[in-house]
Design a protein around this ligand. Structure first.
Ligand code: SAH
Length: 335
């Protein structure tokens, strides 16, 4: 028997080490090059707000194929040469297979890490798209006044009674009505720990982190664990390591954890609003102008897929965590 977060960590480590995840799902940077480009410009403007520290770490967590960072660096090189000269590239990636793909697309000066802990000290800009959703979660079930935690045994859930839910969960549970006799509550301890660790760093050095991922605007009850195998939904508990396991990101919980640890948190904003404010369509139009009609249409269609509310624009959110003294990063002004 294995606690759900331990099961999920083991299953995803095996999955990312042995599979090409992009056969199972498509992510924003793979949809449009303008996505990585506007995030690169976001980093350049945020670097300005940080006081233009030189050197500065530009890091990405879970870079996948390296597409986002390759697009970001190209845009930075053109529009912000001083930032391009100051930045030191660091990549947080657990999968040796994906590290090799990233190395093929990104500058040879990049340094790889297993986690945030080994990043050198200093001013930091961190980007992460669809990274937090892959981090392990625990699930608790409330039945009336009793609580149980979910474990996995032989491909099935086993509930083990527990005295009380962890404090971070109690906050969520208190705000949710007990609509049915078995409400599931999720706790992403790894994501919360990451937010707290970033806040610690941002207290001593200027910095900002930008997370894009899917999840609700407010913490909510519900089982969001899902699995994709060969591009189709499947049972998350069957065949660990053969499917991509994800859960919704609790953005409100992350923002609260970052603030509690002394950082500023901005958002979450719907991805569509955020990307539109960053000028995704202006960038797309400029790209499209130089392309043959078919390709120009495809570029506009890709941007719309990222932004339209009934596609990726509303379920996906953007959240920034930054040094407390810094102004709001681009896109989050007044948010
Ligand atoms: N950001 C990319 C890839 C998203 S897939 C994109 O948008 O296309 C998730 C990425 O996070 C993969 O690169 C995966 O190997 C990495 N990853 C997942 N869990 C991780 C962990 N615990 N530590 C480090 N990297 C992890």
């Amino acid at each position: 028997m294995e606690r759900l977060d331990h099961f999920m960590a083991r299953a995803n480590a095996a999955y990312y080490a042995t599979h090409d995840p992009f056969r199972d799902f498509t992510t924003a940077p793979e949809i449009s090059q303008a996505f990585g480009e506007v995030l690169g410009l976001w980093a350049a403007v945020t670097w300005d707000l940080m006081g233009r520290p030189d050197p500065v770490l530009l890091a990405e967590a879970g870079p996948g194929r390296g597409t986002l960072m390759a697009d970001a660096l190209r845009a930075i090189g053109r529009a912000a040469p001083a930032f391009a000269a100051a930045l030191r590239l660091h990549l947080i990636e657990a999968s040796p297979r994906l590290r090799a793909e990233q190395a093929a697309r990104l500058p040879a000066s990049a340094t790889w890490h297993d986690g945030l802990a080994t990043l050198p000290d200093g001013p930091l800009l961190l980007l992460a798209n669809e990274f937090l959703d892959a981090l392990p979660i625990r699930q608790f079930v409330r039945r009336g006044r009793r609580w149980a935690e979910r474990f996995v045994a032989d491909g099935r859930f086993v509930e083990c009674p527990c005295a009380a839910p962890p404090a971070a969960l109690a906050r969520v549970a208190a705000g949710c009505e007990a609509t049915d006799d078995a409400a599931v509550f999720e706790l992403g301890e790894a994501a919360l720990a990451l937010a707290a660790r970033l806040a610690d760093r941002f207290a001593t050095h200027p910095g900002a982190a930008l997370f894009l991922d899917y999840g609700p605007e407010r913490s909510a009850a519900g089982d969001s664990l899902q699995a994709l195998r060969d591009g189709a939904p499947c049972d998350p508990l069957a065949g660990p390591g053969t499917a991509d396991l994800t859960a919704h990101v609790d953005f409100a919980g992350l923002a609260a954890a970052a603030r509690k640890a002394g950082a500023a948190a901005h958002g979450p904003l719907p991805q569509g609003v955020f990307l539109t404010r960053l000028g995704l369509f202006q960038r797309t139009d400029r790209l499209a102008r130089t392309q043959p009609p078919q390709r120009a249409l495809a570029l506009v269609e890709a941007a719309r897929r990222l932004v339209e509310p009934d596609r990726m624009g509303r379920l996906f959110k953007a959240l920034a965590v930054s040094s407390p003294a810094m102004p709001a990063p681009p896109g989050f002004e007044g948010a």
